[in-house]
Design a binder for this molecule. Structure first.
Ligand code: NAI
Ligand code: HPV
Length: 638
């Protein structure tokens, strides 16, 4: 492979990426098809058209019949809404996806869902009822009250394609299980931010002025003015733990109340904090100096019970604690001890380790604790907002779109996705071809993918392509179903290592990729000519007019569009070979869609790549094998 300076190497769990640079003459590939022609297959000169969404090249690979709309192209939202919207419910009633909504969702979101699928709103399901229902569902929409466990994904038996979380926290969804089962998880991360922040401030002010306690006292017929003297907020120090969307909005509002605000967040950009006028400090500094501590970090293995006996002991005596994030970040027994010991003077809690908490929970009953039943996101505005946000994300995902709020799949901007669409088809086909060329496909352990592109390597997102090559390699030789969500996981599970290399070539940067080469090491090939000089099975392809083409097999150049099926023959380079093989195929009623011959040395050896619409039977293949000048041949399904 021609290469010069090495620019960059990165590693991921199953992949390696290397970048080298080389100069090449401009490729013969011509103008990029217009997006519309690509979407609607209206380019008359194209020899083949992109398959509609039954195509295995949908990166989410949903095989459901209602995917009669487009595949990758759905990424272009504006065109999508104008051109593919929902299936016609009158004509295709049985093709509509089933969408289970297991918790209350805003009406505006339900309307979006109803236009697209059959919506079943079924609240308060037991785990068993959810498992029983899920097998007939394509999508599930939840809030924080539904536990989407591994059992749910198992019970779905591969039908569930997307789980939509109508809110931020996805700690109630078993993400590793979702990924393993190839189920996309999307959330609605922005629409309830303000509501949660406002609730945090409401709890802070209610707590410090004993609003809940004095209200209860008055309703019990009392008038206790001296018992409920509060504390002022102005000039007090508030530590915001987790300076994300909600945390930063709480900080802004607290500053408006005249508070001094500090924050702890190991991942927050300093600029964002500076813009709000907040100092980012260490965990210990935050909890050790604050008068009030407000929690806004997600529940993760790291934050689980991060507020415990040890950390409460580091707090200023008499601190006030607000939690609108997740109950699990606090060791609730330790908090009761801290309240009893006076370290924590007051706490205001919207969230609990177990929801709802037990009626006799010491924490809930504590006189210095103010509680609300997970109301942070519960404003009319926020609920309408999350409902629309999640409904659109789920509908998009059901159409094969990669959501911008995907939690367990790469988030790829729509324009990148649309540009890469034909290469996605190419990538999968190259994977399929490469694995069929290996004798003993399951012995494949090491794959190298070389992308040649005129673009800067940082400008080329290959995650989808890698996933599709993985799909192409794994699916023909196993019962696994692979999509963009579970590709890396499945590859890892099967011990398949995919190294990626990028070569910068001197062609037009208008096209994202010049060619993709898939190489497989350490396996014998059914077709010896596919083995390159360095002993790898190697095939290469590119895209012409939006159509994937095979351009190289081993060290032979060919040019055949990747459609239908393919016969590769190595023969003595002599006149009449095309005619002989063409005749055999014609006699057996096998239609040739494309033919290309590549040779190394004139009159010595050549490779013939023949695209065929039908699958030739044994008899036909045997006749080809008996042509004396044919040295080897292989039939490959695309
Ligand atoms: N009570 C309710 O109804 C609601 C609760 N929430 C919860 O609030 C929390 C925050 O939500 P958003 O601000 O939207 O999320 P976000 O993702 O924008 O912010 C979370 C922040 O926490 C930070 N973080 C992660 N690990 C941390 C650690 N160990 N220490 C300190 N900071 C850490 C992250 O860097 C991020 O900046 C989530 O847990 C969410 O589920 C959100 C909305 C409503
Ligand atoms: O968005 C979040 O993280 C929330 O906690 C809101 O939960 P909910 O949708 O009100 O059950």
């Amino acid at each position: 492979m021609a290469s010069s300076s090495s620019a960059k190497t990165t590693f991921t769990t199953t992949t390696t990426t290397t970048t080298t640079t080389t100069r090449r003459s401009p490729s013969s590939s011509t103008a990029r098809p217009s997006l519309l022609s690509f979407l609607h297959n209206t380019t008359p000169s194209l020899p083949i058209t992109l398959k509609l969404s039954h195509s295995p090249s949908n990166p989410l690979h949903y095989n459901s019949p209602y995917h009669h709309s487009l595949t990758m192209t759905n990424a272009v939202k504006t065109i999508e809404s104008a051109s593919i919207c929902a299936p016609d419910s009158d004509n295709l009633p049985s093709l509509r996806p089933n969408i289970l909504v297991s918790e209350k969702l805003g009406e505006a979101g339900l309307q979006v869902l109803r236009r697209f699928g059959n919506v079943d709103c079924c609240y308060d399901l037991s785990p068993e009822q959810l498992c029983a229902k899920i097998a007939s569902c394509d999508a599930l929409i939840v809030r924080s009250g539904t536990k989407v466990t591994r059992e749910v994904f198992e019970a779905a038996k591969g039908r569930l394609k997307v789980v939509g979380r109508a809110g931020v926290g996805i700690d109630n969804v078993d993400l590793p299980a979702a990924t393993e089962f190839g189920c996309l998880v999307v959330n609605a991360p922005t629409a309830n931010t303000v509501a949660a922040a406002e609730h945090g401030i409401a709890l802070l002010t209610a707590m410090t002025r004993n609003v809940a306690q004095s209200d209860a006292s008055m309703k019990a017929g009392k008038w206790e003015r001296s018992k409920y003297v509060g504390v002022s907020l102005v000039g007090k120090k508030l530590a915001v733990m987790g300076f994300g969307k909600v945390g930063s909005e709480v900080a802004r509002r607290a500053k408006g109340l005249g508070m001094q605000v500090i924050a702890h967040d190991p991942y927050a950009p300093v600029d964002r904090a500076r813009a709000v006028g907040v100092d980012l400090v260490s965990f210990d500094q935050a909890i050790g100096t604050a008068d009030f501590i407000s929690l806004h970090m997600p529940l993760t293995p790291t934050t689980n019970k991060i507020f415990n006996d040890e950390t409460f002991a580091k707090m200023k005596k008499g601190v006030g604690l607000i939690n609108v994030a997740r109950g699990g970040v606090i060791d609730e027994d330790a908090l009761v001890r801290a309240l009893d010991g006076g370290v924590v003077a007051q706490a205001a809690l919207d969230v609990f380790t177990e929801e709802p908490p037990s009626k006799d929970s010491k924490l809930v009953q504590h006189k210095n604790v103010t509680v609300t039943p997970h109301l942070g996101a519960s404003t009319k505005e926020a609920q309408e907002g999350v409902a629309i946000e999640i409904a659109e994300a789920v509908v998009g995902a059901l159409q094969g779109e990669l959501s911008a709020t995907a939690v367990n799949a790469p988030m790829v901007p729509a324009e990148v996705l649309s540009e890469l669409a034909p290469y996605v088809v190419l990538a999968e086909k190259l994977g399929r071809l490469a694995v069929q060329l290996a004798s003993g496909g399951s012995g494949i352990k090491s794959v190298r993918v070389v992308y040649k592109s005129a673009r800067d390597p940082d400008d080329l997102d290959t995650r989808i392509l890698r996933a599709m090559i993985t799909k192409g390699i794994i699916e023909p030789i196993s019962s696994s179903f692979v999509n963009i969500v579970n590709a890396d996981f499945t590859a890892k599970q099967k011990g398949l290592r995919i190294a990626e290399e990028r070569i910068v070539v001197d062609t037009s940067p208008e096209f994202p990729i010049d060619s993709i080469q898939v190489q497989i090491s350490n396996v014998d090939s059914k077709f010896a000519s596919a083995v390159s000089e360095d002993g790898w099975i190697a095939i290469e392809g590119g895209v012409r007019y939006g159509i994937p083409h095979l351009t190289c097999v081993g060290s032979f150049s060919v040019d055949v569009s990747l459609e239908g099926n393919l016969i590769l023959c190595r023969q003595v380079d002599q006149p009449g070979m095309i005619g002989q093989v063409g005749n055999i195929l014609g006699k057996h009623n096998v239609n040739v869609s494309f033919m290309s011959v590549g040779r190394t040395v004139q009159r010595k050896q050549a490779i013939m790549a023949i695209g065929v619409d039908e699958e030739p039977n044994k008899d036909t293949l045997s006749c080809i094998g008996h042509v004396p000048a044919i040295e080897e041949f292989v039939f490959l399904k695309l």
